[in-house]
Write a protein that binds this ligand. Structure first.
Ligand SMILES: [Zn+2]
Length: 103
């Protein structure tokens, strides 16, 4: 997969912004920062399918906070929360207020 050199050189700081705006490439997981698949979805959220965290959605509102403050999730707590949510819903959505409880 060809990635323009300028994007690579842009480095970590803009990484998450590109994650939000670009389509079709392997993305980083918003919880554990591993490689995850971006699922196309409609609505004010981002959807990821991570081999380690599973499939989940994160609201755009929360994503803005992530971009602003960097990683705010406690990975093991968040995965535990997702597992519990999956008993009730197929694809759990993480909202801002939930993320603050998990940080
Ligand atoms: Zn993950």
């Amino acid at each position: 997969m060809a990635v323009p050199i300028r994007w690579k050189a842009a480095g970590k700081k803009t990484d998450r912004v590109q994650t939000k705006k670009s389509n079709g490439d392997p993305m980083s997981c918003l919880i554990c920062a591993g490689v995850a698949e971006r699922i196309q979805c409609r609505g004010p959220w981002e959807e990821r399918d991570c081999p380690d965290c599973g499939r989940y959605r994160i609201s755009d509102e929360l994503l803005l906070v992530l971009m602003d403050q960097g990683q705010i999730f406690d990975v093991s707590k968040t995965r535990g929360w997702l597992d519990r949510r999956r008993i009730e819903v197929a694809i759990p959505s993480i909202e801002l207020h939930q993320a603050l409880l998990m940080s």
